[in-house]
Design a protein around this ligand. Structure first.
Ligand SMILES: Cc1ncc(C[n+]2csc(CCOP(=O)(O)OP(=O)(O)O)c2C)c(N)n1
Length: 290
């Protein structure tokens, strides 16, 4: 049988050596495996992206897609999902995109549990616009918008997602491609809001490669139980996204639970919204506007 190719031939404009290439390859392999095992259908996949280096994945993945606005991946993805709950909707955002401009959407999605996957290319910097600090950038970072050094501590998206009720919370990194692919597969298969934070140094503006490589460890090696919320929270607090010397950085699934999805309530048994009959009196509506 002919091997499915999910990559386009569009010229790639990421920096040579950018870790986004690892993410693209892992995403492509994960999707291919899920399609081959008939867990999902290619024609049902929708990739929704924000604006930034991460957003270019839209150009390189040969699946349906929606190139969104900066910070608005989640509302677009949720809209697509409730429009047709049969679709497999995967959002790709940057840490700036998701945790700065898009933070309100992120928290509400954790809380309301739409069945979408949100993949964050967390390079701890606004990369496309040449290296401004984001909410996950470490304190004292010097960049174009913080020449004297960032004055505040980074936020911890894993702890935030847990506190806000996300039903699947995971972290992985570009240094463990098999792990990255495996987490993506589990996140896509999870019913509910799946959040995957991918640690991905920006080799041009925020190169944390050696810091991360030395400190990452796999939660599975510690027999972490992703059904234990308290332990998940304690593991989340082991690293606060600052670059301090003492931290170790857990990767893997922190927390997973099954609960009702947003569209299950809204769409009555997964019936797509476009199939609902609406008895709108357009003439009356327009007359009210006049
Ligand atoms: C509302 C809005 N604000 C700012 C911008 C400018 N802008 C475009 S890309 C970008 C940085 C993206 O950074 P991030 O989301 O972290 O993604 P990365 O480039 O690191 O992958 C910014 C600030 C924009 N396009 N729209």
């Amino acid at each position: 049988m002919k091997e499915l190719n999910l990559l386009t031939k569009t010229q790639n404009t990421w920096c040579p050596g950018c870790y986004n290439f690892v993410i693209l390859s892992a995403v492509e392999e994960a999707l291919r495996e899920l399609i081959r095992k008939k867990e999902i259908r290619k024609e049902n996949i929708v990739a929704v992206t924000g604006i930034g280096c991460h957003g270019k994945i839209f150009d390189y993945l040969n699946v349906n897609g929606f190139y969104g606005l900066h910070g608005r991946v989640i509302p677009a993805a949720v809209g697509i999902k409730i429009g047709n709950p049969r679709l497999t909707v995967i959002g790709f955002g940057g840490d700036g995109d998701t945790f700065a401009e898009g933070i309100a959407h992120f928290l509400h999605a954790c809380n309301t549990n739409p069945d979408i996957t949100m993949v964050v290319h967390d390079n701890q910097v606004f990369a496309l616009t040449t290296g401004q600090m984001t909410p996950t950038t470490e304190k004292e970072y010097k960049g174009p918008s913080s020449p004297e050094g960032k004055k505040t501590n980074p936020i911890n998206p894993i702890a935030l997602a847990l506190a806000s009720g996300a039903s699947f919370v995971a972290r992985t990194s570009v240094f463990q491609k098999d792990h990255l692919k495996d987490i993506l597969i589990k996140a896509i298969k999870h019913r509910g809001f799946s959040f995957v934070d991918i640690l991905q140094p920006c080799i041009t503006f925020h190169n944390t490669s050696s810091y991360l490589k030395e400190r990452i460890y796999d939660l599975e090696e510690k027999n972490h139980n992703p059904r234990d919320f308290k332990k998940a929270f304690n593991r989340a607090l082991e690293w606060n996204y600052s670059l301090d010397e003492k931290s170790s950085i857990p990767i893997g699934i922190f927390w997973q639970e099954q609960r009702k999805t947003f569209e299950e309530d809204l769409c009555q048994n997964q019936k797509p919204w476009y199939l609902f009959k609406r008895n709108l009196n357009y003439k009356k509506l327009i007359s009210l506007l006049r």
